[in-house]
Design a protein around this ligand. Structure first.
Ligand SMILES: [Zn+2]
Length: 174
């Protein structure tokens, strides 16, 4: 399953399934989750079609609901090593780290080859750093700007993982 050999070390984007870099991401549906996958991993899913899919709001039998829940849980396990996401308070983290080092926005800009105005936009959250810039900021400021998506890092022990409130209501009504 982990056969991807696409563009490691290039400027590609990350496959959300295997975490490797690829030049050609495809949006596919794998076990009900929509993911950006490299061509290798895309084979394991259904290429997303522009047509609306069968509504998931239809009544679902308990057994089906449980089966879907099971599948979703499995998909999450497969995705344990998916790429980290930019934290929402990246601006604050950048500013706090910069101030801790007693650098002006200009100082930081010089170190990472960006204009002072870019630093200020990043710190105010007006601009999201791209991957390369994020890595530079993390390295120079010695901070973490990327973390596993919270949904993915939820403790596995919670028995309701993967079930929506709607699923629970449907189950209780039967
Ligand atoms: Zn892949």
């Amino acid at each position: 399953m982990r056969l991807c050999r696409f563009g490691t070390g290039g400027t590609g984007v990350l496959c959300e399934v295997c975490g490797k870099q690829t030049q050609m991401l495809r949006v596919v549906s794998i076990e009900g989750s929509e993911l950006n996958a490299c061509p290798e991993c895309a084979r394991f899913g259904v290429e997303k079609s522009p047509k609306p899919k069968r509504s998931t709001a239809e009544p679902v039998h308990v057994s089906e609901a449980l089966e879907k829940r099971e599948k979703r849980a499995q998909t999450r396990d497969v995705l344990e090593d998916m790429p980290d996401e930019l934290v929402t308070d990246f601006g604050q983290r950048i500013r706090r780290a910069r101030e801790r080092l007693a650098w002006t926005p200009e100082d930081l800009g010089k170190k990472i080859n960006e204009k002072k105005s870019v630093i200020l936009k990043l710190e105010s959250g007006q601009m999201r750093p791209d991957d390369a810039l994020t890595r530079k900021l993390e390295r120079f400021l010695n901070i973490k700007l990327k973390e596993k998506p919270t949904q993915m890092s939820a403790p596995r022990a919670s028995g309701q993982r993967g079930l929506t409130l709607g699923d629970l209501i449907k189950i209780e009504k039967r």
